[in-house]
Design a protein around this ligand. Sequence first.
Ligand code: 4NP
Length: 159
Amino acid sequence: MARATGILMVCLGNICRSPTAEGVLRLRLEEAGLSSRARVDSAATGSSHIGHPPDERAIACAAKHGVDITALRARRLALEDFDEFDTILCADRTILHEARMRKPRTSHAQVELLLEWSGVGKKDVPDPYYGNARDFEQAFKLVDAAAHGIVERVRQGRF
Ligand code: 4NP
């Protein structure tokens, strides 16, 4: 069988959007029977929340949709990630720019916009951190739509 592809979700704090994306993608892969085909992780471009669990509003929103992200802990995007992951998916265009700047020349990782790469559309997942429960719900819906697109890509071996 083909080796598992590595997919890394990246946002600013790794406490709202990317841990939600990590948790929901892992669940959607499980539901599709494709867990062995992809390794999923998440990381932050910023360092403010390193070691922290996801934001409690992100935990509550994910739980409402049957996704448990309580065990995740924020970590910083590391140089080694550009060798260890095949695809690095960024929550918004600012993160995309930052991650591409950090990508070593020797890395073959694809660094892409999450919603664009997953077929949802060329747009950002708006940062819900300074928002309310509705903003978290909107972010969840977008990353869940992305997860469905990614499951299809994984199924078809397109990465
Ligand atoms: P995230 O959200 O990038 O989706 O995890 C944020 C978390 C923390 C901050 C900003 C966005 N912050 O400014 O601390």
